[in-house]
Design a protein around this ligand. Structure first.
Ligand SMILES: C[S@@+](CC[C@H](N)C(=O)[O-])C[C@H]1O[C@@H](n2cnc3c(N)ncnc32)[C@H](O)[C@@H]1O
Length: 293
């Protein structure tokens, strides 16, 4: 009876459903098979716990973070109905604060380390206090402390208008890094062409956000001795019509290293990943076609 009531208030979205079942799930299954053990999950599943339920055959324990009290209560109920309660470790509060301080509002701590981390949050990435990038760096540092490989799924709103300055500065630095590491002068014109394209105010911000985030994940991971493999980010529209961007990134710990790691995926490969789009519950021809190096 209770489960029927819960199912009725659930609102689905074909694009998100597609990503959860057809894109993220095969990746999680691949991780489960190569690890040979069920995986530990950390994420923001909301009360429906659709991701946990969809991937439950590959998961062992789940740590959930939720800042809405009513969602938290419904989550307990749902876990009970789905017989998942004994595998659930529920934390309460803002995930940025929780990751930065290491504790939730009641002083409970995450159970580090994790294999699958699914952060599907409201808002963008860069705010003046930089709490979100700091929280993500802390998360990567925690995983490194345990030398644990992991896959990070990250979904955020496409609305970083307040961070145009930050992204422009990043693109300026990226131009310098690329030129400094490319001795062949004939490639410099191609680097300028690509970076100028990203800087152009006319191009959709999605392209800048995609490149910025992937670079951030790679750079933060390498700093903590991870070999980082990024994938092309995916843009889709959510139930409320808001535009979202989804990232799936793999982090492989490189033991016995005093210096930062160098990923197998090159910076040029990362830049050339581009951006994909999901529409009407399937991959569509992307409107975001960026120049490549
Ligand atoms: C979009 S839903 C998660 C959907 C789920 N991952 C799936 O695949 O269906 C996000 C949930 O996280 C919570 N949430 C969003 N931003 C948060 C934040 N900054 N800190 C804590 N919880 C947050 C919301 O209240 C909501 O219940």
């Amino acid at each position: 009876m209770a489960s029927q009531k819960l199912e009725m208030i659930f609102e689905s979205n074909p694009n998100k459903d597609f990503l959860r079942s057809n894109y993220d799930k095969p990746l999680i299954e691949q991780w489960y098979r190569s690890r040979g053990n069920p995986l530990k999950y950390l994420g923001l599943p909301a009360w429906e716990m659709l991701d946990i339920i969809e991937w439950q055959d590959f998961l062992e324990h789940f740590t959930t973070i939720e800042r809405e009290e009513d969602q938290q209560h419904l989550m307990f109920l749902r876990a009970n109905v789905k017989d998942l309660e004994h595998r659930l470790h529920a934390l309460y509060g803002e995930f940025d604060d929780l990751l930065l301080t290491g504790r939730d509002k009641y002083g409970k701590t995450p159970q580090w380390p994790y294999d699958v981390i699914n952060l599907n949050y409201f808002g963008g990435f860069i705010y003046p206090n930089l709490a979100r990038p700091k929280a993500l760096k802390k998360l990567i540092e925690n995983q490194a402390t345990y030398e644990r490989n992991f896959v990070l799924l990250l979904t955020q709103h496409l609305r970083d208008r307040d961070s145009i300055g930050e992204k422009a500065a990043f693109l300026g630095d990226l131009r310098k890094w690329l030129k400094n590491s490319t001795y062949d002068q004939s490639l410099h014109a191609a680097i300028d062409r690509v970076i100028d394209w990203y800087l152009d105010g006319e191009i959709p911000d999605a392209a800048r956000q995609a490149l910025y985030m992937n670079y951030f994940l790679r750079d933060s991971g390498e700093g903590e001795h991870f070999n980082v493999k990024c994938r092309a980010p995916i843009v889709y529209s959510s139930s409320g019509g808001a535009w979202m961007i989804h990232f799936a990134t793999e982090f492989y710990y490189q033991p016995g290293m005093g210096h930062r790691a160098a990923s197998d995926q090159s910076l040029v490969e990362l830049i050339n990943l581009g951006l994909r789009e999901v529409k009407d519950g399937k991959f569509a021809k992307s409107r975001f076609v960026q120049p490549t190096l």
